[in-house]
Design a protein around this ligand. Structure first.
Ligand code: MC0
Ligand code: CO
Length: 160
């Protein structure tokens, strides 16, 4: 009897989670992981590291609005963004001064609508870095959230 009841409970919870997944493709505000970014003091060395493992690796592209060069490494389910400073006032320079070998810099999560997402996170007391979204590496609007309000992780939101 007890096991029948737990089977019924399990079936019910599977039904609920299937319904939830079907009607809410986003986990709340958050959609797919777009990329994990790694800051590097040597873009060629980092690019070669992933090429050597057989990955498809893009050319370096200067992102003048963001003060970085980007290289994208394609993975089956996501991307790695390699970052290197561009120009005098790169936002990643202080990070590289502290982390001489480079390291994980931010994660980028897709959202359906950047303006809605920005106002929702602001309502929750999460600081954004900058007032307005900028156009990111994929030609879509992005906004960064302060790492001190996100459990020590710099989060980039990108419109899907
Ligand atoms: C092209 C585009 C795209 O993909 O489309 C991109 O990704 S552009 C990627 C580059 N763009 C960005 O990162 C834009 C947003 N970033 C920023 O505005 C900045 O980098 C900040 C996150 C505010 C950090 O600025 P800065 O390094 O000058 O400040 P700071 O050294 O005083 O750091 C303040 C505190 O935050 C911590 N902190 C700094 N960078 C961090 C990071 N990446 N992850 C986690 N914590 C971090 C520091 O350790 C410090 O903590 P303690 O006080 O405890 O020591
Ligand atoms: Co990024």
């Amino acid at each position: 009897m007890a096991s029948l009841r737990s089977l019924a409970k399990l079936t019910n919870s599977v039904a609920i989670s299937t319904r939830t997944m079907a009607s809410h493709p986003l986990a709340g505000l958050l959609g797919k992981l777009n990329h994990v970014a790694i800051a590097t003091p040597d873009l060629k060395k980092s690019s070669d590291f992933y090429k050597n493992l057989g990955a498809k690796v893009s050319e370096a592209v200067p992102q003048k609005e963001h003060g970085v060069y980007t290289v994208f490494v394609e993975l089956p389910n996501s991307k790695i963004e390699l970052l290197h400073p561009f120009g005098e006032k790169s936002p990643i320079q202080a990070f590289l001064n502290k982390n001489k070998d480079g390291g994980m810099h931010h994660i980028c999560i897709e959202v359906r609508d950047i303006n809605e997402a920005v106002s929702a996170v602001k309502d929750k007391g999460i600081r954004t870095l900058g007032e307005k979204p900028k156009i990111g590496a994929h030609g879509k609007p992005v906004m960064f959230l302060h790492p001190k309000d996100c459990g020590g992780v710099l989060i980039e939101l990108e419109q899907e």
